[in-house]
Design a protein around this ligand. Structure first.
Ligand code: NAD
Length: 419
């Protein structure tokens, strides 16, 4: 629910995280100058004819943070609170995230400041197509590949793919990932982020000798990432005791019936009023004693004022940037094991990479192939980050940033700079 959101600037957080990791890596100033800042930033006007006939002007953005290791890659967000700084932060994190899971992409991100919940399907389609035309010079399978993010979905990707393809005269599925299967989407993409969260939680539990069976789980944000993580944890025998979305929080100390709750959310669009649960306030949800807390909503939901309430053993960051640096320090001080976002939620971009490879090869894989490749990538990345965490005695977030930033730094040093 909204009153857990702090107004912190996500880009300041991204810059602070970069500096902390670069300092421990001992990165020289020249390399920092080359990799720290976005390569391209585009702001566009998106005029849309609304259903009542008037024209409304939306503002949209596309940021390419890095193309050092490959094309830029990152989602498109539709939300009233989208700002250029938020998009820059998300693009920056994408660069380090792609490098942590060692896939050949740099970071990108896009967004339109709008309230999709109060727009009709026709308005959303017209806005998406107009926004796509506006960012057209930047995107393409070899340049920059969008994907879904908050309040965008496979249908949005289908409209982007169609608008882009119409300008070329032939279908180009590789321009976006997270497409419907019938348009060249990949099996497993829709649930990839939550599945990746699950694999990293499994690895963390193993590392901490914490049984997943009967572990109490709290999920903040019950959308794509949150529902799938909850479902897989539930299937593994964990007890998901509380979840929230933008409409409310529901709690059952014996564990919520997650398949039923997902069914209700799909049908009604909210978790509020779920049978066999009691309502609770967002602050109470964060304060629940549990083994695993999964923030899966938006940035900065856990901050200086509420981090002290958190009693979880593991915080698995399904969302991007859910902890402010102040919250990080508080949780670190309490000994909470944090699975940082650029590791925890990297399953989405990993299967996006698989989708792009399949589109480029025109050869599609079985679901089981996708799951086993994803599991291998996520568990390898977890092991690599954990190694830095233990050997260098740094927090998991700094370890993940060191791995990602270190790989990008190495690539830029080898490439050199033109001219
Ligand atoms: P989504 O739109 O499917 O779901 C977002 C959910 O958060 C919704 O249920 C919404 O009701 C809820 N929410 C919004 N504000 C809230 C609040 N203040 N408190 C509690 N719940 C709130 O979005 P998603 O794709 O699941 O993305 C969620 C997070 O995961 C974002 O930070 C996104 O960047 C990140 N992420 C998503 C993907 C992906 O593939 N979808 C990949 C990597 C990271």
């Amino acid at each position: 629910m909204l009153n857990t959101i702090s107004k912190g600037n996500a880009y300041d957080v991204a810059m602070e995280n970069f500096d902390s990791a670069a300092d421990v890596l001992g990165l020289d100033d020249s390399t920092r100058e080359m990799i720290k800042y976005p390569e391209r930033v585009l702001t566009v006007t998106v005029p849309v004819r609304m259903d009542d006939g008037h024209i409304h002007r939306f503002e949209g953005y596309r940021v390419q943070h890095s193309s050092v290791r490959g094309p830029s890659k990152g989602g498109i967000r539709y939300h009233p609170q989208v700002t250029l700084d938020e998009v820059k932060a998300l693009a920056t994190w994408m660069t380090w995230k792609c490098a942590v899971v060692n896939i050949p992409f740099g970071g990108g991100k896009g967004g339109v400041t709008c309230d999709p919940k109060h727009m009709s399907p026709g308005e959303l389609e017209r806005m998406t197509r107009r926004y796509t035309s506006a960012i057209l010079p930047l995107i393409g399978p070899e340049q920059d590949i969008p994907a879904p993010d908050v309040y965008t979905n496979p249908q949005t990707m289908a409209w982007i793919m169609d608008t882009y393809s119409m300008t070329k005269g032939y279908p180009i599925p590789g321009v976006v990932t997270g497409k419907p299967i019938s348009l060249g989407g990949s099996l497993g993409r829709n649930e990839a982020t939550g599945r990746g969260v699950f694999y990293t939680v499994e690895s963390a539990c193993k590392h901490l000798n914490l049984p997943l069976k009967d572990a109490r789980v709290v999920v903040q944000g019950f959308g794509n990432a949150g529902t799938v993580a909850a479902q897989l944890l539930h299937e593994a025998g964990a007890k998901v005791v509380a979840v929230s979305d933008s409409t409310g929080c529901v709690y059952n100390r014996d564990g919520l019936n997650i398949p039923e709750l997902i069914h209700m959310k799909t049908l009604c669009g909210h978790v509020d009023g779920f049978p066999e649960s009691e309502p609770m306030q967002p602050q109470e949800l964060l304060a629940l004693p549990c083994e695993i807390l999964v923030p899966a909503a938006l940035e900065n939901t856990i901050h200086a004022e509420n981090a002290n309430l958190v009693r979880a053993r593991i915080v698995a960051e399904a969302a991007n940037g859910p902890l402010t640096p102040a919250a990080d320090r508080i949780l670190e001080g309490k000994g909470t094991f944090i699975i940082p976002d650029i590791l925890c939620n990297a399953g989405g971009v990993t299967v996006s990479y698989f989708e792009w490879v399949q589109d480029e090869q025109h050869l599609f894989w079985e679901a089981q192939d996708i799951y086993s490749r994803l599991e291998r990538v996520m568990k390898t990345a977890f092991r690599d980050v954990l190694k830095i965490h233990t050997e260098r005695n740094v927090p998991m977030r700094i370890a993940a940033n060191m791995l990602g930033i270190g790989r990008v730094a190495e690539a830029v040093q080898i490439r050199g700079i033109y001219p």
